[in-house]
Design a binder for this molecule. Structure first.
Ligand code: UD1
Length: 425
């Protein structure tokens, strides 16, 4: 018997009040890798306390990085000492956030050894584009005893075209190119806000990166980077989750700490359903949900299109819309993991390949459901908030990977969500 944490969610309480978003999960993970390339003391503010970050910190401490302090959302790292180039999967937990350690280690030590990557169970998630780009810069790769081994005695600048604007591949190339000899250009680079956040930090640390029209970056390599301090952007996916949570409970909330330009697609889609969404100042969005909201269609795309990380939450919302909705998932091939569980709660959804067709129902019922991945898990929490009765969401360690105290924020808004320990056979 082992214990597992679950959420118990008493549905039917609409969300009201104000809440502030934490810093972005998808910023802090590559930023920690960037700190290694910097080889100095770095300070990050607005850092989310999420388990993916804790796992990454454990892993880099084993490599020789000093975590000087992590309190009040400020993280100080000292990466001046010797650093092991082999990344050990000590806790048996594979972490997609380690992918940018490749670029950082190659830039700093000219060598990197990584175990196979993990993260959410949402698709094959190959790293061919990372390898293609880093190879073009002079890295030799081979697989040795389950490790990807990269060696680059001298990283040389080059022109790289990404067949797909992969976030991780773009970040790895930005890191490697920052300390390479010459000027690198990345074409068809990812344009996600977290990529720009990484660039903003790297430039503060002495890198020379500029955007080039259209959709690329030019990186003039420098000999070394230096310590810097950086406050990371708000988490647009957490903001999107809270916005949809408000709409599905027909509540009214003010969500601050997020740049509204980063959540425009979600704002647009909520408005299409009839929800009232307004932007206040630079960093606040207000949401007012309405009863009998309309269906809509979404297609996930790279930024500024609708984010794949906010697709399961919108899918949960659309199960209760008036009419039929079509959701097309075009980024990850296996991101409908929450749908079977939503059906157990009374949702009507048909899935064919990358398309889900949702026939709106009048109500959802409570059930015992299982989080299978991070964002799918949060979608089940939203469904639970709107369902009749008390829903149990199991395996919430998936949710803790990327949300800082989700239940506390929802409770602050009047949601009835409690974390409990349950015995598992
Ligand atoms: C990052 C985010 C993740 C988000 C995703 C898309 C982090 C830690 N994670 O993941 O939350 O869902 O961006 O916005 O920042 N691909 C290839 N070959 C490659 C690389 C990617 O085929 O070498 C494919 C993937 O399988 C996927 C698509 O490209 O289908 C998008 O992946 P990518 O943009 O690389 O996402 P991640 O960086 O893994």
């Amino acid at each position: 018997m082992t214990t597992q944490e679950s959420f118990l969610i008493e549905g039917g309480h609409s969300l009201h009040g104000s809440v502030r978003c934490s810093g972005a999960k998808n910023s802090i993970l590559p930023l920690v890798a960037a700190a290694i390339a910097v080889r100095d003391t770095v300070t990050f503010q607005n850092v989310p306390d999420i388990s993916d970050l804790q796992s990454l910190l454990t892993l880099i401490q084993a490599m020789g990085v000093k975590v000087v302090s992590f309190k009040d959302a400020e993280l100080v790292l000292d990466t001046r000492g010797p650093i092991a180039t082999r990344v050990e999967n000590t806790n048996g937990y594979s972490l997609r956030g380690t992918q940018t350690l490749v670029g950082a280690l190659l830039a700093r030590e000219h060598r990197a050894m990584l175990p196979s990557l993990g993260g959410c169970n949402i698709g094959a998630r190959p790293i061919d584009l990372h390898i293609k780009g880093l190879r073009a810069m002079g890295t030799q790769f081979e697989w040795r005893e389950g490790y990807l081994v990269g060696q680059a005695p001298a990283l040389k600048a080059c022109d790289v075209y990404l067949d797909f604007p992969s976030v991780g591949a773009t970040e790895n190339l930005l890191l490697a190119a920052s300390l390479a000899e010459g000027t690198t250009r990345i074409f068809n680079a990812a344009q996600e806000p977290e990529v720009y956040d990484l660039i903003s930090f790297l430039n503060k640390a002495g890198a020379r990166i500029v955007p080039v029209f259209p959709f690329g970056f030019r990186i003039e390599g420098v000999n070394e980077l230096h310590g810097a301090s950086h406050s990371i952007i708000g988490d647009r996916i957490e903001a999107s989750t809270l916005m949809v949570a408000t709409a599905i409970t027909q509540g009214e909330t003010k969500i601050s700490g997020v740049d509204a330009r980063h959540v425009w697609s979600v704002i647009a889609k909520l408005r299409e359903t009839g929800a009232v969404v307004e932007v206040e100042g630079d960093d606040t969005v207000t949401v007012k949900g309405v009863p009998d909201y309309r269906s809509t269609d979404i297609r996930t795309l790279t930024f500024p299109g609708y984010p794949t990380d906010a697709q399961p939450q919108m899918t949960a919302y659309l199960t209760l819309a008036h009419g039929n909705s079509v959701v097309v998932e075009s980024i990850f091939e296996n991101r409908f993991g929450a749908i079977l569980e939503l059906e157990r709660m009374g949702a009507h959804i048909k899935v064919a390949d990358e398309t889900a067709i949702i026939e709106g129902v009048d109500s959802l019922n409570s059930a015992i459901v299982q989080a299978k991945d991070l964002r799918g898990g949060s979608a089940l929490v939203l469904a639970g908030l709107a369902a009749h009765g008390t829903t149990t969401v199991k395996s919430i360690y998936h949710i803790d990977r990327g949300y800082e105290a989700l239940e506390t924020k929802l409770a602050q808004l009047g949601g009835h969500v409690t974390r409990v320990n349950q015995m598992e056979a």
